[in-house]
Design a protein around this ligand. Structure first.
Ligand code: RIB
Length: 312
């Protein structure tokens, strides 16, 4: 086990502006929030950082703006040991930003302004081909143009590279263009939006996952927050249980799940164990405030895994 995998993330990088609040202002009203946190985020960047903290070699293909946040984002990748040689700086557009609102229960509401992320084009992916073709897995999300997502998924398929797609935020998907990706991993609300089916219960999640399989993806994982996740493939469906933690901020937990899953699977852990591990890695990230800065190191994670997996 545990050969070091090389994960390439083609996706978004944002700066997260997170406000913690008890109440939300009505139109025209000004009220006080409780506290504020500024940090690096973006679903793609978060997944890259989670994968790196879990021990993989990681490269990021992304676009940032030529503003205060762009060069700082690149420095952040480099400081984490992530290859940022294919993170471009676009002129005349802001970096991606995400005002985030976290309520007293730790639930978040996120507004993403895509900025430079929206300029990541198929040509940027072609330029990164010398690096991408060495990857064991390519991870994609939906905060960049969908034509770039499809282009990259088709590249991965041609080259026989494992492709993991996290369709977040949810948008209508052209499954023919997605080209039978290996893993399609929405959360419940994304699965609902994409299929138009309800996903409130485990039974409904199963139905929805089957519908997604029929559209041509090879395996579906629907993440269900505090209720664990559901894996579906042509062999059948399986529920993966959750882990209980004291949660303060769930922002980025889905990204922690995807990034860590790519690593655990790439290391050769059986699929169900890789999902369980990812489930714990994601749960642990909700115990701290922020997105990337709430992710645990592999050493910290392994200690917790040993403690908790003994009772599984
Ligand atoms: O999934 C959490 C992320 O969504 C945040 O970091 C924010 O930037 C948005 O992309």
């Amino acid at each position: 086990m545990a050969s070091q995998s090389f994960i390439a993330v083609v996706g978004s990088a944002n700066v997260d502006l997170t406000t913690f609040h008890d109440a939300f202002p009505k139109p025209g009203e000004t009220i006080f929030g409780k506290s504020f946190d500024l940090g690096f985020g973006g679903k793609g960047a978060n997944q890259a950082v989670a994968a790196r903290l879990c021990g993989a070699n990681v490269a990021m293909v992304a676009k940032v703006g030529n503003d205060l946040f762009g060069p700082a984002t690149i420095k952040n990748f480099e400081a984490q040991g992530i290859d940022a040689s294919y993170v471009g700086i676009a002129e005349g557009v802001s970096s991606g930003v995400a005002p985030i609102f976290v309520d007293p229960e730790g639930q978040n509401r996120i507004l993403v302004v895509k900025g430079a992320n929206d300029l990541l084009a198929p040509g940027d992916v072609d330029a990164a081909e010398p690096l991408l073709r060495k990857a064991n897995a390519i991870v994609l999300q939906f905060e960049i143009p969908l034509r770039t997502v499809y282009h990259t998924a088709q590249f991965a398929k041609r080259k026989g590279i494992r492709c993991i797609v996290n369709p977040a935020p949810a948008q209508p998907v052209d499954f023919a263009q997605l080209g039978g990706v290996d893993y399609f991993m929405p959360n419940e609300s994304e699965a609902e939006t994409i299929t138009g089916m309800p996903v409130a219960t485990a039974g409904e999640a199963e139905e929805c996952a089957r519908c997604l399989l029929e559209k041509g993806v090879r395996r579906v994982v629907i993440t269900r927050g505090e209720r664990g996740c559901l894996l579906a493939s042509e062999e059948g469906t399986e529920l993966v249980p959750p882990f209980q933690v004291e949660s303060v901020d769930s922002t980025g937990a889905g990204d922690a799940f995807i990034g860590s899953f790519a690593v655990f699977l790439g290391e050769g852990h059986p699929e169900k164990e890789a999902l369980l591990r990812a489930s714990l890695y994601a749960a642990l990230s909700t115990m701290k405030v922020g997105t990337q800065k709430s992710f645990w190191s592999r050493a910290e994670f392994e200690k917790e895994w040993q403690k908790r997996c003994a009772r599984l």
